[in-house]
Design a protein around this ligand. Structure first.
Ligand code: C2E
Ligand code: MG
Ligand code: MG
Ligand code: MG
Length: 280
């Protein structure tokens, strides 16, 4: 923080600074207080089995109810939180909140869904993460197999130490590769990681439409998805397709053999009380 403050202290008065930089500074300065005052909250988006149409899990997605700017999406503040380091306490809060909420679902249904929590590269680089996860599981009583941690390819390829990944897997939680296909994975390395599932980036799912004049077998996106799903099956990974918005996409993903799906078609991210109503 000292460094960020030192670098940005006179940002507001420097005419050469762009408006975007000023906004960035305002956001980064408001975040610690926002965390203390409880301005952050979680929404949960269903992850659905494509074969049976039932909800298998939910992904926790953080939001910020900013007192002046109103509700903010993570794309507007997560990168800033990564740069300032606030992602570490924020991520810890997200993990604890999500696990506590997920544990409360066990009272509502016989087969409570799993919870999937995003872990930023900077959190994964912090060796304290393993102890935090262990402590949160103990405190909330959530069985480890109901916790999935989502890390991006770039976090897995660099910042996340292999020892951390193995320690997390040993705790019994699952590790998923988020936004798979958008980074530059080293497949040889990926193969050696203790990862159980793969989330296919919405980019590929978006291309799964009947294209006028294109036979399915000349449809590049469908072929990429089929190839990635088959690769995942070879590596014994569960595949979740992200960003499913249409019935056509579901049909094609089913044909391809994708296991799980997430997207507006199955449900938009919703507040905790709606999840409870849904499960009840
Ligand atoms: P992500 O982890 O890949 O999450 C999926 C994003 O896709 C979410 O955006 C979700 O609302 C959006 N989405 C879901 N279904 C659809 C759909 O059918 N169509 C479209 N167009 N979008 C859909 P959201 O909530 O804005 O989050 C954006 C990103 O912010 C997340 O991408 C994740 O990388 C990051 N993020 C969110 N919560 C956290 C968190 O607690 N910690 C960290 N480190 N990152 C987070
Ligand atoms: Mg995610
Ligand atoms: Mg994703
Ligand atoms: Mg994303």
């Amino acid at each position: 923080w000292a460094k960020a403050d030192g670098r940005n202290r006179w940002a507001l008065f420097d005419p050469s600074r762009s408006e975007a930089e000023v906004a960035r500074y305002a956001i980064s300065a408001a975040m610690p207080g926002g965390l203390e005052r409880g301005e952050f909250y979680l929404e949960y988006q269903p992850i659905t089995g494509l074969a049976d149409g039932t909800m298998h899990g939910l992904e926790a997605l953080v939001r910020w109810r900013h007192p002046q700017l109103g509700p903010m999406r993570p794309d507007d503040f997560i990168t800033i939180a990564e740069d300032t380091g606030l992602i570490v306490p924020l991520g810890r809060w997200v993990l604890e909140q999500a696990c506590r909420e997920a544990q409360s679902w066990a009272a509502l249904t016989e087969h409570p869904p799993f919870i999937s929590v995003n872990v930023a590269a900077r959190q994964a680089a912090d060796p304290a993460l393993v102890d935090e996860v262990r402590a949160v599981l103990e405190q909330t009583g959530l069985p480890p197999e109901r916790l999935q941690l989502e890390l991006t390819e770039s976090a897995l390829m660099g910042p996340a130490p292999i020892e951390t990944l193995h320690a997390l897997a040993e705790l019994g939680c699952r590790i998923a590769i988020d936004d798979f296909g958008t980074g530059y994975s080293n497949l040889a390395y990926l193969r050696s990681l203790p990862v159980q599932s793969l989330k296919l980036a919405s980019l590929f799912v978006a291309g799964l439409q009947p294209l006028p004049g294109l036979e399915p077998d000349t449809d590049v996106d469908a072929q990429i998805v089929a190839t990635l799903v088959s690769l995942a099956r070879t590596l014994r990974l569960t595949v979740t397709a992200e960003g499913i918005e249409t019935g056509t996409q579901v049909e094609r993903l089913r044909e391809i053999g994708c296991h799980l799906g997430q997207g507006w078609l199955f449900g938009i991210p919703m507040p905790a009380d709606e999840v409870r109503k849904l499960l009840d």
